[in-house]
Design a protein around this ligand. Structure first.
Ligand SMILES: [Zn+2]
Length: 229
């Protein structure tokens, strides 16, 4: 089972930025990586339909062809919306589908709106190229508005990125009929034992951290667990 994911745009895409110049891609790509980590934890294979160079962008046709060639069972593209290039008051979450993606869009959108105190702008049908050219059920998720000052803050929030990734991944798993297993993050007392099991260098690390309390090793391990470190 292969799921195709796509982070909208790239660091160089003209216009895809907040009014202060913060790029949409800064949000989209980490969220896609986090979704991928959650899906992989559930035994789902993932193909990410983006070039590894953040300054390069594939055409929409190319993105769809990667998903189609991988015979992915579904496709999800992650975005952050904008009304224009000046600050506005428009807020909220919306999910788009076109051909066969309505059920997938519903599964994702229902999870997203449960987690957010954000206006629900609904599930909408739109003939976006990426939704037209992908052969499998496809959804495009807009996680907020970057020309809204609250949305702009959320784009940079690690907590918000985690939340969107969790909810989108849960929606995908629900669609696939795979039960969601919450991540058990090791407690303060457990992480050193876990480290000892996975690394022959664990004791050196643990001694180093004891001597340098300013190094947040636990934070790093948690980040690695969640993906996107
Ligand atoms: Zn976008």
């Amino acid at each position: 089972m292969i799921v195709a994911l796509n982070a909208g745009h790239c660091m160089k895409t003209a216009g895809k930025q907040a009014p202060d110049g913060y790029k949409e891609y800064n949000f989209n790509m980490p969220v896609v990586n986090k979704i991928a980590a959650i899906l992989k934890r559930h035994g789902v294979n993932v193909v990410i339909c983006n070039p590894s160079d953040p300054n390069k962008e594939y055409s929409l046709t190319k993105i769809a062809s990667i998903a189609n060639a991988a015979k992915a069972c579904l496709f999800v593209s992650v975005h952050f919306n904008a009304m224009g290039n000046t600050w506005s008051n428009v807020r909220g979450l919306e999910t788009f589908y076109y051909k066969t993606g309505l059920d997938l869009a519903k599964c994702i959108h229902m999870k997203l709106i449960l987690g957010q105190p954000m206006p629900n702008r609904g599930i909408k049908k739109a003939s976006y190229t990426i939704l037209v050219k992908t052969d499998m059920p496809a959804a495009l998720v807009e996680c907020g508005f970057m020309d809204n000052k609250i949305g702009r803050l959320l784009m940079e929030s690690e907590e918000y990125r985690d939340e969107c990734a969790e909810e989108i991944a849960q929606g995908i798993l629900k669609y696939l009929g795979i039960p969601y297993k919450p991540l058990i993050v090791p407690s303060e007392g457990e992480w050193a034992d876990i480290l000892r099991k996975v690394s022959p260098w664990a004791n050196i690390w643990i001694d180093f951290v004891k001597a340098h309390p300013e190094v947040n090793l636990k934070g790093l391990i948690v980040k690695l667990y969640k993906g996107g470190a």
